[in-house]
Design a protein around this ligand. Sequence first.
Ligand code: PLP
Length: 376
Amino acid sequence: MIDFNIPPFIGTELEYVKEAAQGHKICGDGPFTKKSQKMLTDMLQVPAVYLTTSCTSALEMSALLTHIEPGDEVILPSYTFCSTADAFVLRGAKLVFVDIRPDTLNIDENRIEEAVTDRTKAIVVVHYAGVACEMDPILAIAKKHGLKVVEDAAQAIGSTYKGRMLGTIGDFGCLSFHETKNISMGEGGAIILPTLDQRDEAEIYREKGTDRSRFFRGQVDKYTWQDFGSSYLPSDLNAAYLYAQLLDYDRIQGDRMRIWKRYHEAFLPLQNEGLIELPFVPEYCGHNAHMYYLKLKDLTERTAFIAFLKECGVMAVFHYVPLHSSPAGLKFGHFSGEDRFTTHESERLVRLPLFYGLTEEDQETVIRSVFRFFKR
Ligand SMILES: *Cc1c(COP(=O)(O)O)cnc(C)c1O
């Protein structure tokens, strides 16, 4: 069976994990957390990045930094993972779901403004498959109405929009290092702060409400409980694992890109015949080969397709069930305007195996199986 995903593993991870353990520093904010954060701030060209226990935690920190209060509204796509919504629901926010664009499957920037009310506090965008949302018009709407923009860049490490790194464009950016993402530490993530305006506040939320970071910088002579907060910092053991992968970042991303391009070239003829649709990447967007998906005719065809590939020994999987029609989505939010694309596109999308180390031979099997389904 060709797996849908195998978590990235370089081989050097265990050396660093061992070093962390032998250094007797395994709690949060140890040397590997510091080194990983330094690599990320350099790569993203921002003043601060903090590792977190997950992208979900980074989103929760963003909700705290956005000062969401019960009854505030947050605009987001329905076609996303539940974490995007959970973080804001926990603060008492009402969710206002906006339709996606059928080409990139990202939030439709042209439908956002009609969803804004005097209770709206934030727009949360999701860069699906590591392809950027239309950030310029989204930032303009946010500026006009005084809203914060949170980027769920869980899938988008290394991707760009008009030359700018995703996760650094809005007010707060959130990355994931879950095992299903390009670079991993098992469970983990990071919050990106494009400015230092709320740095102290972010550090306090991350460290159980204390000003421990200011204490370590020598800015206060003892640390105390300042505000509410939680424990969002990962163990340095996990950070050591991540550090190894950050050192090999180019190799991992390069490998994924080769696989992505091979799929894309192979399937172009099927798209030209009108049998499937392939991912669309606007020319001013640089993507990170996070995902390769196909769009089939409808749910019936997709179900048959997934079953057929399984018989061929290939694991292909569908993706998000729209949040607005799920039990929690019905409870915590509503859809703004018409659902023209969210449900329809979600029912016909299927993802193919794409992971660091997928062999050319296995990828050929996947490609051949897809062509066999369409009897060519
Ligand atoms: C993976 C993912 C998350 C959650 O990431 P965790 O690190 O598992 O919390 C959130 N949003 C999107 C869009 C994701 O793909």
